[in-house]
Design a protein around this ligand. Structure first.
Ligand code: PMV
Length: 341
């Protein structure tokens, strides 16, 4: 199993018995400004391109893990036990298979999130990142963030970025067969005034997973071949925007990158369309507002919900148009920005 090889390499000189009674960690959700769309290795979640994201401050997942005495893992989400037939249970339990060692440990995992699960608001990203950090705490390994990012990626690609606060770039890696060079790192930019609005249009679980949608896109969209060039162009422009604090450049580049990704999905066979009528209405509303001089942009992931980018000074005006919007403050009093934790 290639995932086991990665874990063996990372933990080769580490203890395999827990040092602590439990491990607890928080990881922020993250929204890609330049998206990850397409894998070169599906087992290891190795991407075809780099990607760049912003973490959502205190919006994310907190996970506690401890050893269980029972014969199976016990998994709780927001206080409710998850059935072992549930896909969420299966994903967590499969990930934990990497850490059973010779003792065949079973675990109790308790996760609480303050964002909707499986609605394209990057819940799996913060979930796997928090889990990777908690396992590290339980065993007392003190792994570097780079290795936590690699481990989190084995759960979900975008989780590699949720190890960090702030702006984060995930390097696709290139040379290592098992992907030891594919991890995320924090970029040295801050933007105190930046806000991310979450427009929850539909919080039901998505009909097609991002994994399957990516696979089809790479396999048969006639437009996939332009994607790597689009992403590297977008990443350069976003970095320029962050350097210059040029908000319209940041917003335009982010929005266009998301629209390109969705155009690729729509041109797969069978076509994939995550937007519903309300999503399209909201897009028009955002474009109309922009025409009237309001600096507001959107991005969209593998779901119908939109994420808005705007600046603090426009918050109250924007709230009037989108009263139900939840607001994330990426750079607000965040100790993690200084320590990298
Ligand atoms: O990490 P996954 O498998 O949930 O894929 C995430 C894909 C997008 O959210 C659409 C883009 C991204 O970079 O987060």
């Amino acid at each position: 199993m290639p995932k086991n090889k990665v874990i063996t390499e990372i933990l080769h000189n580490k203890n395999k018995t827990p040092k602590n009674k439990c491990g607890v960690s928080f990881a922020p959700s993250n929204i890609a400004l330049c998206k990850y769309w397409g894998k070169r290795n599906e087992l290891l979640n190795l991407p075809l391109t780099n990607s760049l994201s912003i973490s959502l401050g205190d919006k994310g997942a907190t996970t506690k893990i401890e050893i269980s005495e029972s014969a199976t893992d016990k998994i709780y989400l927001n206080g409710i036990e998850v059935s072992e037939y549930n896909n969420f249970y299966k994903r967590i339990s499969d990930f934990l298979n990497l850490f059973r060692f010779e003792t065949n440990y079973k675990y109790i995992v308790q996760t609480t999130t303050n964002i909707p699960v499986a609605a394209g608001v990057a819940s799996s990203a913060c979930g796997f990142a928090a889990l990777a950090k908690s396992v590290n705490n339980l065993f007392g390994w003190e792994l570097e963030d780079k290795y936590l990012s690699i481990i989190a990626r084995l759960g979900s690609g975008s989780a590699s970025r949720s190890i960090w606060h702030g702006f984060v770039e995930w390097h696709k890696g290139l040379f290592d067969k098992i992907g030891m060079d594919s991890y995320a790192e924090r970029l040295d930019y801050t933007w105190e005034e930046l806000r991310v609005g979450l427009l929850l249009i539909d919080t039901n679980a998505k009909k097609i997973s991002s994994r399957e949608a990516m696979r089809l896109s790479v396999l048969n969209s006639p437009f996939y071949s332009i994607w790597p060039e689009e992403v590297s162009r977008s990443i350069n422009l976003v970095k320029k925007a962050l350097e210059e604090k040029n908000f319209s450049l940041l917003g335009e580049t982010t929005e266009k990158n998301a629209i390109c990704m969705h155009a690729i999905m729509q041109t797969t066979t069978p076509p994939i369309l995550y937007s519903n009528k309300n999503t399209i209405d909201m897009m028009h509303k955002i474009w109309d507002l922009r025409k009237d001089g309001m600096p507001i942009y959107f991005t969209q992931d593998a779901g119908p919900n939109l994420k808005l980018l705007f600046l603090e000074k426009d918050l109250s005006a924007i709230k009037e148009y989108f009263p139900d919007m939840q607001v994330a403050i990426p750079f607000h009093d965040n100790p993690g920005l200084k320590t990298g934790q």
